[in-house]
Design a protein around this ligand. Structure first.
Ligand SMILES: [Fe+2]
Length: 198
């Protein structure tokens, strides 16, 4: 298979004021597109041609850094656009809320850990809620790495590369993370991924 850039599942203005049109134009139309194009070029002639995106991400990790970086970032961004929605945050579907309370003690405790992971990821990377050995865990990863290469399943991820927030928040990464959790998260998509993974 080759990688293709999907359209955003909402308009470029839909996430304002928490994420602007300008951010989405750069992030989706330029950054994500570059991962798609570079990934396709680096995929050609490798053993991974014809494999699924997940297989490429897992298989190239630690073996083909260029291909891994671009394939993983393509995977991460495909999900990232769906982890966002207009009027997001808010009510969490019952089965997700129950599991957050079970594994973190409370929803607030989960949010605290998730925000701390995003804030303390040094340099570019991601913060995650992942399913690992039947439990919800918070992780942080550098660059394009994600829970798939650490034996988990990504359920929610927030991009903390500067291209994700610098236009709207400048250096205020914690404010961006707070807006992500309180106003942008698409919990229905988290529930959809959990139902496939559980
Ligand atoms: Fe990004």
């Amino acid at each position: 298979m080759s990688f293709t850039l999907p359209d955003l599942p909402y308009s470029y203005d839909a996430l304002a004021p928490y994420m602007s049109r300008e951010t989405l134009e750069y992030h989706h139309d330029k950054h994500h597109l570059a991962y798609v194009n570079n990934g396709n070029n680096l995929l050609k002639g490798t053993e991974f041609e014809g494999k699924s995106l997940e297989e490429i991400v897992k298989g190239s990790y630690g073996k083909n850094a260029g291909l891994f970086n671009n394939a993983a970032q393509h995977y991460n961004h495909l999900h990232f656009w769906n982890w966002l929605k207009p009027n997001g945050g808010g009510a969490i579907p019952g089965e997700i809320e129950k599991k957050l309370v079970e594994d973190f003690g409370s929803v607030d405790k989960f949010k605290e850990e998730f925000l701390a992971a995003g804030t303390t990821q040094f340099g570019s990377g991601w913060a995650w809620l992942a399913l690992k050995d039947g439990k919800f865990v918070v992780e942080k990863t550098p660059n394009g790495e994600n829970p798939l290469v650490k034996g988990g399943v990504p359920l929610l991820g927030v991009d903390v590369w500067e291209h994700s927030y610098y236009i709207d928040y400048r250096n205020r990464r914690p404010d961006y993370l707070k807006a992500f959790v309180e106003n942008l998260v698409n919990w229905d998509y988290v529930a959809e991924l959990y139902s496939k993974a559980a």
